[in-house]
Design a protein. Structure first.
Length: 240
């Protein structure tokens, strides 16, 4: 059990070489194996950077993902065709880009029963585990994030949003079980959307889908606990 430590909470910035390689792979200019070599080098550099600055816990920087939460939609059948906007829609502000906004994509949604094609993060974890003497941390998306994927078209797949989220929890809990079997002792759940309830501009989206503020929070906590399960020797963190 981890008591006091230093670690990176979010994603690391993708290096330019990796960003270019993603574009080249999508355009067919490089092979998947060549892309994997570039990706591996980027992860190796991220591990080295964290070790050199003296962190106790290291990650792979989440460099292999389109978004920190995209391993679910990449590894699981049932989601409508999508791009990065399904994770980035909303109103944003940054020092570099200023104010900008992305409309919620009309095609967003779960459209059939969820079916795992492969594990979400086990390859990421084993690669990291085998290349560091520090504590390796792996991150998974909070089930509450997938409230975003409930839309009108989703009723053809699930009788309710709650039934859909139960399916999400089942897949995430199975992932936790496998990660622990592989030696994971530190697992982080990313971006539970409780903080969105503090902003009157975003609160209605979640209240409408969760049956009110208190119900949404209580159900979210139940879902998180169901993902975590009962592993006494594993530290679970939350990135809010």
């Amino acid at each position: 059990m981890i008591t006091s430590h230093t670690d990176v909470i979010g994603s690391l910035l993708r290096p330019p070489e990796l960003l270019q390689a993603r574009e080249d792979l999508a355009a067919g200019r490089i092979s998947p194996s060549s892309f994997r070599d570039i990706e591996d080098r980027a992860v190796d550099a991220a591990i080295k950077l964290q070790e050199e600055v003296g962190l106790d816990v290291v990650t792979d920087g989440e460099l292999r993902r389109l978004s920190f939460q995209s391993q679910m939609t990449d590894a699981v059948e049932g989601f409508a065709k999508h791009d990065i906007d399904v994770f980035l829609w909303g109103k944003w502000h940054s020092q570099e880009l200023g104010d900008w906004s992305v409309d919620r994509p009309a095609t967003i949604g779960v459209v059939s029963k969820l079916k795992r094609r492969r594990h979400l993060s086990t390859d990421e974890f084993t690669y990291l585990r085998d290349r560091t003497t520090c504590i390796p941390k792996v991150t998974l998306p909070s089930p509450t994030l997938f409230t975003n994927f409930w839309s009108e078209q989703s009723a053809q797949a699930y009788s309710s949003m709650d039934a859909f989220l139960e399916g999400v929890v089942k897949i995430l809990h199975e992932e936790v079980v496998e990660l622990v079997r592989l030696g994971a002792t530190y697992i982080q759940l990313d971006a539970p959307h409780y903080t969105q309830l503090l902003d009157p501009r975003t609160r209605p989206f979640y209240e409408e889908r969760g049956g009110g503020l208190e119900n949404w929070i209580a159900r979210g906590v139940e879902l998180e606990n169901a993902v975590i399960g009962d592993f006494a020797d594993v530290t679970f963190g939350f990135h809010l």
